[in-house]
Design a protein around this ligand. Structure first.
Ligand SMILES: Cc1cc2nc3c(=O)[nH]c(=O)nc-3n(C[C@H](O)[C@H](O)[C@H](O)COP(=O)(O)O)c2cc1C
Length: 183
């Protein structure tokens, strides 16, 4: 039976390359649903280079970014796994603190308790990553069972933070994240 992957993307530059992981995950057999943080949704929906319609067409599902109203039906199938990529330092710290004031955060905070397989691929620069909250939050999520693919010696591969303004979205290791998902 087809398994459903929720790709949950935050507002960091790889969010402008989401067709790449969607194509790869679909080839691997996943039914992919895309959830964006409110900021990432603005990038896709309001920036002239945004590609919301393309992303919707590619997944075949609505692209969600906000909580439904209580009387509204669920429009997405339930997830079998969550891939949080790109993960910003903002969402990382809110997630580790248990905050759920966006749909994306609601899914990932509850996902831990539901025992869903969760892979997170960060994207932040060295200055953002140097804040003491980042190290604590990564440790908290790893203790909770989340696979955080930060190239800091504790995982094979993963994202290695770059100096500010020197990021390369094309070098973002999507393949490492997809390979870390359950087969
Ligand atoms: C052009 C641009 C690039 C950004 N790149 C990053 C980044 O790589 N990592 C990061 O943690 N935040 C980055 N930010 C900041 C986040 O977008 C900001 O913290 C936002 O509130 C994150 O919201 P979210 O976590 O709900 O997506 C960037 C912002 C802009 C405008």
């Amino acid at each position: 039976m087809t398994q459903t992957l929720y790709l949950i993307a935050c507002a960091a530059p790889p969010a402008r390359r989401l067709t790449t992981p969607i194509h790869t995950a679909k080839k691997a057999g996943w039914d992919v649903c895309l959830i964006l943080t409110p900021s990432a949704y603005r990038w896709a929906a309001e920036d002239p280079t945004g590609n919301l319609d393309e992303l919707r067409g590619l997944t075949g599902h609505p692209v969600r970014h906000s909580y439904k109203l209580p009387s509204e039906p669920d429009v997405l199938p339930p997830p079998d796994a969550l891939l949080v990529a790109p993960l910003t330092s903002n969402t990382l710290n809110k997630w580790a603190a248990g905050i759920s004031d966006t749909l994306a955060l609601g899914l990932v905070t509850e996902g831990i308790g539901l025992g869903l397989p969760i892979v997170a691929l960060p994207h932040w620069n060295k200055a953002q990553g140097a804040h003491p909250a980042v190290r604590r939050s990564v440790a908290t999520l790893r203790e909770a069972g989340v696979t955080v693919l930060l190239g800091d010696g504790q995982t094979d591969g993963g994202f290695v933070p770059h100096p500010p303004r020197q990021g390369d979205p094309d070098a973002y290791p999507w393949d490492a994240a997809l390979a870390a998902l359950p087969a």
